[in-house]
Design a binder for this molecule. Structure first.
Ligand code: SF4
Length: 768
C-alpha cells in the first residue's frame, strides 16, 4: 500500500498556469515552515510560504525560497566521485557509478579497520542530519556498524550543554523545555537572535512575529546580548552583557529571588529536589559581585528578578551564545533553575515540554537517570557525552600516534573544517588520513579531503518530515510531504544503509533493503511488546504488509506514527495518526497547545526534578572563581553572529543569498576603533592563541566596547573545493581563531564565544 497525497493542485493563476503546487516543510532550519512549491515542466517556478499551513501560516524567510537554487546549483554533486591524487588542492575528481564508489570504499576503508581495529575509524555527523528522516533513522545503525567509540558531531559546537543539563535535571537528554512563546507574558532571552536565525532548540516559524505578539498583548521581552542584534533592537529592553558571563548573571537573578523571598515553585514544589542546595550555590553571585564582570548594573539585575517573579507567566530562554562558552552546561542549567524558582516550568506561558507526534506514551515509574563519562577520549581524556566525544578533540585523535589513533573518517553532512575550533589544525589533520568517506552534496572545505564522496538527493527529491523538531515545537503539530521530484539516484537512507552493511561485512553490493527490514521489524516488535499493546497478537508479516509509504523511510515513519501515543495502531484506534492521515493533510495537523507533562515525563531515578545535580554542583566553584578574575590587558573578546541569509556554511554557494554588500566583516565599536587605529572599510588583523585572520572592518555602535564580532561559516578560499559562488564571496573563517583547548568540561561543547583576541590595523599587505 502506498500513501497518497492531495498536495498537488493545479493553479488557476494566469502567471502560473499549468503549474502544480506542492506543499512541504522547509528542511533548512528548525522552524520547519510550510512551503508552497510551484512546478511547471519539471522545474520549480516559484517558492513561497504556504498560507494554509496550520503552523507557519505563510511565513517564509529568504533561505526557504532558495531551495530552487539549491536544487539547480550546478556545483551540487549528482553522483559519486572519487579523488585521484593525494593533494586535495590539485587532485582530479572522477565521476564513478554507485557500485564503483562502494567498491572503492570497501577497498580503502576495510583494510584500515582490519589492520588497526574499529577505533581507527571516526565518524562526524553534521547538523543537516537532524533535518532529514534518513539522518534521524539510519545514522544510528551506521554508527553501530562502524563499531567505533570515536563518534563526533556538530552537537558539541552547538547544543550539547542543553542535553547535559536536561539529562541531569529531568533524567533525559531529550527532555528540553521550550518557551511557550504564544502565551507568555515575559520572555528573558540570552544568546539568541531569532530575528536572524528564527530560533533554535525552539521550533517556532515566524519567531519574530511571535515576539511582537508578546508586546501586542501587553507583555515584555528582554534580550541579553553583547550586540544590539536585530532581535535586541526590537526588544523592550536590551542588556549588552560582557561575553561569557551569562551564567553569572543568571545566578545573580536567582540570588535575588532567594534574597528577596520571591521563590515560588508552585505545583513543582511537590516533586523538586535540591532547593536549599541551589540557595547556597547562588549565594556568592550577588548582583553587586556579578556587575563588575558582566557589565550589568546590580540595580538592573534586581529589577529584572522582580519582573520575572511578578509576571503572570514568564520564560527564560538561553541559546547558542550561552551554550558555546566554557560554562555552557552551567548556563543551560541556570536557565531552567530560574524557570523552576519562579514556578514557570511546565505551565502555560512558561517553559514547557512539547509532545512529539511520534512519541510513545511515557514509561511509568523511575528512570535510570543520566550519566556521562562512560568512557574517555584517548588523547585528552574528555568524558563521553551522549555517546560522543567533543568535536574539538577530533584533530588530537587523528594526529596523535598510538593504539586507537584515528586513521579513517566518515562524515555525513557537516563541514567541521569551517565549523569547529582551530580549523587550520583540523584541516591539516584530515589531509593525513588513510581513508575518508563523505556523504555530502558538495565538495567543500571538509569533503575535499575525502577519497570518495557519496551525494544524497536534493531536498526536493525526498519526502520530508521534521521528526527531530516536533519535540521542540512551541505548538504540538505534525506534517509530512512526499518528494517534489523523483530522485535521480539512491535515497540518503539507501546510501547510509549500504554503507552500514558494507561495514558489517556484507559486501559493497549489499542490498539496502536488508537494513530497511531490520529497522521496521525492530520497531514493530518493540511496539508489540509494550504494555497493553493493541497489536500484541497481530502477526509481524501482516503489520509490515499494511505499512504505507513509497520509500523505506516513509514506511518507517508510518510504523512510528501508527504505534505512537496518538497512533491508530493498524485500525485498533480509529482516527489516530498514520502516514495516510498526514498525506491527507498537506498543510499539517494541529495537535494543540503545549500541556503540562510533569512529573509523569521525568526520567530521574527519584521521579523528581533534580535542581542541584552533583555534577553541576561540583562545577560551580569554577564559575565562582571568575568573580574575582582580573581582566587581561589589550585583549578584546570575539563573538560570532548570524545573518538571515546564512545557514552556517552550506548555503553560501547560492548567489541569491550571498549577493550584495559583503557580510563577513569584523564589527568593532567606535571607541575600540579609535583605540586600535581601525577605520570603517579598512582591514584588521585578529589574532588568538591558535591563529589569525585579516578581515574588513565595520565600525558600529551595535557592539559593546571591548567586544568584536565575526560571523561564522565563512572562509571559502581553501583550494580544492568546488563552490564557485562561495569562493567568490569567501570571507574569513572565525574558527581559525577559536581554541580547541577551551571547552565546557561537562558537555565537551566548544567555546566559540568570548574568545580573547588581539586586534591591529592592516595597511597594504601587513599589520601596522
Ligand atoms: S525560517 Fe527556516 S524553515 Fe522557515 S523558510 Fe527560513 S530557513 Fe526555512
Amino acid at each position: 500500500m502506498t500513501a497518497t497525497s492531495d498536495d498537488r493542485v493545479t493553479t488557476g493563476d494566469d502567471a502560473e498556469r499549468a503549474a502544480v503546487l506542492h506543499f512541504r516543510t522547509c528542511p533548512l532550519c528548525e522552524a520547519g515552515c510550510g512551503l508552497e512549491v510551484a512546478v511547471r515542466d519539471g522545474a520549480v517556478t516559484r517558492i513561497r510560504g504556504d498560507r494554509a499551513n496550520l503552523f507557519s501560516k505563510g511565513f517564509i524567510c529568504p533561505k526557504g525560497s532558495s531551495l530552487k537554487q539549491l536544487h539547480e546549483d550546478p556545483d551540487r554533486l549528482r553522483g559519486p566521485v572519487v579523488r585521484r591524487g593525494d593533494d586535495p588542492a590539485s587532485a582530479a575528481w572522477e565521476e564513478v557509478s554507485w557500485d564503483e564508489a562502494f567498491a572503492e570504499i570497501e577497498r580503502r576503508l576495510l583494510p584500515v579497520l582490519e589492520a588497526h581495529g574499529r577505533d581507527a575509524a571516526a565518524i562526524y555527523v553534521g547538523n543537516p542530519n537532524a533535518h532529514t528522516m534518513a539522518g534521524t533513522m539510519y545514522l544510528r545503525p551506521l554508527i553501530k556498524a562502524l563499531g567505533t567509540t570515536n563518534v563526533f558531531s556538530a552537537s558539541t559546537v552547538d547544543q550539547m550543554p542543553k542535553h547535559v543539563s536536561s539529562g541531569l535535571m529531568f533524567g533525559g537528554a531529550g527532555l528540553m523545555p521550550v518557551p511557550d512563546l504564544d502565551r507568555t507574558d515575559y520572555l528573558l532571552m540570552l544568546g539568541a537572535n531569532p530575528w536572524e536565525s528564527n530560533g533554535s532548540l525552539c521550533t517556532a516559524p515566524d519567531f519574530p512575529g511571535r515576539l511582537k505578539a508578546i508586546q501586542a498583548r501587553g507583555g515584555r521581552f528582554v534580550v541579553v546580548d553583547p550586540r544590539r542584534s536585530r532581535t535586541a533592537a526590537e526588544a523592550d529592553e536590551h542588556l549588552a552583557i560582557i561575553p561569557g558571563t551569562d551564567t553569572q548573571f543568571l545566578l545573580a537573578l536567582a540570588n535575588v529571588l532567594f534574597a528577596d523571598g520571591l521563590v515560588d515553585l508552585g505545583a513543582l514544589a511537590g516533586f523538586t529536589n535540591g532547593l536549599d542546595e541551589v540557595r547556597s550555590l547562588v549565594a556568592p553571585f550577588t548582583p553587586e559581585a556579578v556587575a563588575g564582570i558582566s557589565g550589568i548594573d546590580a540595580a538592573v539585575t534586581r529589577r529584572l528578578a522582580h519582573e520575572l517573579a511578578a509576571a503572570p507567566s514568564a520564560a527564560v530562554y538561553g541559546r547558542i551564545g550561552t551554550h558555546t562558552t566554557s560554562f555552557g552546561t552551567l548556563a543551560s542549567w541556570a536557565v531552567d533553575v530560574l524557570n523552576v524558582l519562579t514556578g514557570n516550568l511546565d505551565r502555560p506561558g512558561g517553559a514547557m515540554f512539547p509532545s512529539a507526534a511520534h512519541d510513545r506514551a511515557p514509561k511509568p515509574g523511575p528512570g535510570r537517570g543520566y550519566v556521562t563519562g562512560r568512557r574517555t577520549s584517548r588523547v585528552k581524556g574528555y568524558p563521553e557525552v551522549n555517546g560522543e566525544f567533543p568535536a574539538a578533540a577530533l584533530a588530537d585523535e587523528i594526529e596523535t600516534p598510538g593504539s586507537g589513533q584515528v586513521r579513517a573518517l566518515v562524515t555525513v553532512a557537516g563541514n567541521p573544517v569551517v565549523s569547529t575550533p582551530n580549523s587550520d589544525r583540523l584541516d591539516a589533520a584530515l589531509a593525513s588520513l588513510d581513508c575518508m568517506v563523505s556523504v555530502d552534496i558538495y565538495r567543500n572545505e571538509t569533503t575535499r579531503h575525502a577519497h570518495v564522496i557519496l551525494p544524497p538527493p536534493s531536498a526536493l527529491e525526498r519526502s520530508e518530515c521534521h521528526l527531530a523538531f516536533f519535540s521542540l515545537s512551541v505548538r504540538n503539530h505534525v506534517q509530512w510531504s512526499p518528494p517534489v521530484f523523483e530522485p535521480t539516484g539512491p535515497g540518503e537512507h539507501e546510501i547510509l544503509a549500504r554503507l552500514a552493511l558494507l561495514l558489517s561485512g556484507m559486501g559493497a553490493d549489499a542490498d539496502p533493503a536488508v537494513m530497511d527490514d531490520l529497522l521496521v521489524t525492530a520497531l514493530l516488535q518493540q511496539a508489540q511488546t509494550a504494555a497493553d499493546s493493541p497489536i500484541a497478537d497481530r502477526s509481524l508479516e501482516e503489520l509490515t504488509a499494511a505499512l504505507s509509504g513509497a520509500s523505506a523511510v516513509d514506511r518507517l515513519l508510518d510504523a512510528m506514527l501508527r504505534t505512537s501515543a496518538r497512533g491508530e495502531f493498524f485500525g485498533a484506534r480509529p482516527g489516530g495518526l498514520s502516514l495516510d492521515a498526514l498525506a491527507a493533510n498537506p498543510h499539517g495537523i494541529d495537535l494543540g497547545a503545549l500541556e503540562p507533562r510533569l512529573p509523569a515525563l521525568l526520567r530521574t531515578p527519584t521521579e523528581r526534578i533534580e535542581l542541584a545535580p552533583p555534577t553541576i554542583v561540583a562545577d560551580v566553584p569554577r564559575l565562582a572563581a571568575t568573580l574575582t578574575a582580573a581582566p587581561r590587558d589589550g585583549e578584546v573578546l570575539l563573538v560570532g553572529r548570524r545573518h538571515l541569509r546564512s545557514n552556517n556554511s552550506w548555503m553560501h554557494n547560492l548567489d541569491v543569498l550571498v549577493k550584495g554588500k559583503p557580510r563577513c566583516t569584523l564589527q568593532v565599536h567606535p571607541d575600540d576603533a579609535g583605540r586600535f587605529g581601525l577605520t570603517d572599510g579598512g582591514r584588521a588583523q585578529v589574532a588568538s592563541r591558535v591563529g589569525k585572520v585579516v578581515a574588513p572592518v565595520e565600525v558600529t555602535d551595535e557592539i559593546r566596547p571591548g567586544v568584536v564580532s565575526l560571523p561564522h561559516g565563512w572562509g571559502h578560499d581553501r583550494p580544492g573545493t568546488d563552490l564557485t559562488v562561495a569562493a567568490a564571496h569567501a570571507g574569513v573563517n572565525s574558527n581559525v581563531l577559536t581554541d580547541e583547548e577551551v571547552l565546557d568540561p561537562l558537555s565537551g561543547n566548544a567555546a566559540l564565544n568570548a574568545i580573547p583576541v588581539m586586534v591591529s590595523p592592516v595597511s597594504g599587505g601587513a599589520p601596522d
